[in-house]
Design a protein around this ligand. Sequence first.
Ligand SMILES: [Zn+2]
Length: 234
Amino acid sequence: MSTPILPPTLRELHRVRKHLRELKSEIDLGPRVQKIQEQKLANEKQAHADAHDAIGKLKLKIRDDEGTLKQVNGQLAKFEKQLNDAASPKEFEGKRSEIRQAQEKIAATEELILQQMEDLERKTADLPNADKQWADAQAEFAQSKIDAAERLERLLDDQKLNQTLLAELEAKLPADVKPQYDRLVRSYGPDALAGVDGRICQQCRTTITEQQRSELIGGKFLCCSKCGRGLYPV
Ligand SMILES: [Zn+2]
C-alpha cells in the first residue's frame, strides 16, 4: 500500500495558507509604516525651520530694543538739558524724576539686549547641529523608502510563489474532498484546517478517537466534531 497523499497535502495547504495570511498582513502594514516615516520627517522639517526662525525673530527683537534704547537715550539728553533750564524747584524735581525713570529704562533695556545677544550666540552656534539633524532625517527617510520598496518586492515575490504552490496543492485534493475543503476555506480562511497532535485537535483541543486517528493517517478526510476544521495528523 502506498503512502496516502492527503495528510501531507493538507498539512502543506495549512502551512501555505497561514503563510499567505502573514504575508498579506505584512504587505498591508507597508503604507502605515510609510505614513509614520512621513510624519517623522515632517516633524524634523518643522524643528529645523523653527531653529532658523528663532534666530531671525531674535535678531528682529534685538534691533527693536536697540531702537528703544536710542530713543530713551535721546529723551534722557533732552531731560538733562531741560533740567538746567528748570524755572522752579518743582519743575526741577519733576525733571529729575523723569531722568531717573529714563536711566532705569536704559539699564533694563541694555540688560535685556545683552541676554538676547548671548541667546542669539548660543542659538547660532547650535545651528549646524540643527542642520545636521535635518540632513540626517532626510537621508534616513530616503533610505527607509528604499528599504520599504525592497521589502515589498520580497513579500510580493514570496506571495506569488506561495499562491502558485497553493494552486498546485489544491489540484492534488481528491474530487470528493475538494468541495468540503472549499466550504471550510470560505468559512474559516487560513484556519480551515487543523493539525491533530497525538489525538488532540490543535484548533480547539478536543480529543479525537484512536479510530479517527488511524483513519486520518490512512488518508481519510475528517472534520473535528467540535470546531469543524478539516483535520490532518501532524
Ligand atoms: Zn477541533
